[in-house]
Design a protein around this ligand. Structure first.
Ligand code: NAD
Length: 471
């Protein structure tokens, strides 16, 4: 049992004033492995005071100083990659392919932001105006449990590049990962108060931070419902807000797709991060003329996926993060059946070979129409819907008939058809034929998937405010 008893404020690990505790679990065994002491509004206040005090000096740092800080942070994270992977595997349960990616990504987002900063012009002349891009003010970040390291590091990297200071409230379910990451970040020797991390619940520490009058900017990743609450809490003081919310992303298989290549990618993007990723392609749009062939391949592919604990390196799908998430996913599988959809594979309960852990059977529904709740609501587990379409126009209409617009995927053997379809999808990022992640391209959503963008120059500008002098 490990007790996380400190938060990180003003460059030091300190005991929070809040004294409630929350248990921490290994989701693959359901065993309690620790507890975290939760900060409250007083701890948020202390962190904001430290961040405010550090802001003037941080806002005057040069590009070179910020780049040096980003490089030190990246090196500090990379130095403990193996420990970070092990802790994420234990507390979150993600399979090896995902923990490896997540830790490498957490280290590289600092270098990606350094690269953005190299070429970013903070001063421009526009007609008679001298325009300077200034940091918006003290920033806050509120992050979820499904990729704790990556979200903390990308939001911290952007704050540093912008020349601001930050208070971060991570998910209370990821406290072992947060503690280890904070120890790494501490090694980078940032000026005191530039980085502050407060463990706490959303209802207490999260709400205090999102309503705090001295916070100018909030960057949030999590559910759409919480995003709404944060937007409302920030409205009183007109906070700048970046929201990365949920998704119900379509994967469009065009009728000329090479299925040998496409189906493994469709399953990978659908079940990515064990179905606990906002960008997962959870609505599979299949051409009617190839439906049987596609269903056969999806079923065989899904049934070949190995579900189990992260201790097995061959595992591709891990457990849900908590009992609450497991029950939520089970309730959606029941709902799918009640709504009249048909199980192609999977279903309620744990996979047969596992007798404990919050594991879900990789599930694919057919006979789904886009008005069913399983096709409209984010399930956040390994549950996919296959929706048939007649022609390209109908595929695009179904893809866009959603409250969300975070990601979309197109599979086709013809680059021109793929681009034509991709161009008509209302989503922040459309990926063709499984193209790799593009780290400096904007990331964020249309519609209820969010507000604003992260990464690269678009992400940086979301922490900046233009100041014009006209003479
Ligand atoms: P959540 O939105 O409740 O929590 C995310 C973060 O917000 C956590 O740090 C939480 O403590 C904090 N928070 C919660 N309520 C708050 C409030 N009122 N004010 C300020 N902060 C608050 O998400 P969750 O409970 O972790 O997961 C629930 C659902 O969220 C999932 O099923 C999934 O649909 C979605 N989700 C999306 C993403 C994403 O990357 N877009 C990530 C995680 C979860």
């Amino acid at each position: 049992m490990r007790n996380i008893d400190t938060i990180y404020v003003d460059g030091a690990f300190v005991t929070p004033l809040g004294d409630e505790r929350s248990p921490l679990f290994n989701p693959a065994t359901e065993e309690q492995i620790g507890a975290v002491r939760l900060g409250d509004a007083r701890d948020v206040d202390a962190a904001v005071i430290a961040a405010r005090r550090a802001f003037p000096a941080m806002s005057r740092t040069s590009k070179a100083e910020r780049i040096a800080m980003l490089k030190r942070l990246s090196a500090a994270v990379a130095a403990r990659a193996a420990d970070l992977v092990a802790t994420m595997a234990e507390e979150y349960g993600a399979p090896g392919y995902f923990t490896g990616f997540a830790v490498q990504h957490a280290a590289s987002v600092f270098l990606d932001m350094a690269e953005t900063l190299e070429s970013y012009e903070f001063r421009r002349t526009i007609g008679r105006a001298e325009v300077e891009m200034r940091p918006s003010g003290v920033a806050a970040a509120i992050t979820p449990w499904n990729s704790n390291y990556g979200f903390i590091c990308s939001k911290l990297a952007t704050a540093i590049a912008a020349g601001t200071t930050i208070v971060i409230k991570p998910s209370e379910m990821s406290a072992l990962q947060t503690q280890l990451l904070a120890e790494c970040l501490h090694e980078a020797e940032l000026p005191r108060g530039v980085l502050n991390i407060v463990n706490g619940t959303g209802a207490v520490a999260g709400s205090a931070l999102s309503a705090h009058p001295d916070i100018a900017k909030i960057s949030f990743t999590g559910s759409t419902a919480t995003g709404r609450a944060i937007l409302a809490a920030g409205a009183r003081t007109i906070k700048r807000v970046t929201l990365e919310l949920g998704g119900k992303s379509p994967t469009i298989i065009l009728s000329d797709a090479d299925l040998d290549h496409a189906i493994p990618q469709v399953l990978m993007t659908g079940f990515g991060n064990s179905g606990q990723a906002c960008i997962d392609g959870t609505r599979i749009l299949a051409p009617e003329d190839r439906l049987d062939e596609i269903l056969g391949r999806l079923k065989a592919g899904a049934e070949a996926l190995k579900v189990g604990p992260a201790t097995d390196p061959a595992v591709q799908i891990g457990p849900m993060v908590s009992l609450k998430q497991w029950e939520r996913v089970q309730s959606y599988i029941r709902l799918g059946l009640e709504e009249g959809a048909t199980l192609l594979t999977g279903g309620e309960g744990r996979p047969d070979h596992l007798d404990r852990g919050w594991f879900v059977r990789p599930t694919i529904f057919t006979g789904v129409t886009n008005d069913m709740r399983i096709a409209r609501e984010e399930i956040f587990g390994p549950v996919l819907c296959v929706i048939p379409y007649r022609d390209e126009a109908e595929a695009i209409a179904i893809a866009n008939d959603t409250d969300y617009g975070l990601a979309a995927y197109v599979q086709s053997s013809d680059p021109e058809s793929a681009r034509r379809v991709a161009g008509q999808i209302e989503a922040g990022r459309v990926t063709i034929n499984g193209a790799p992640h593009e780290p400096l391209a904007p990331f964020g959503g249309f519609k209820q998937s969010g507000v604003g963008r992260e990464f690269g120059p678009f992400g940086l500008e979301a922490f900046l405010e233009p100041h014009a002098i006209i003479a």
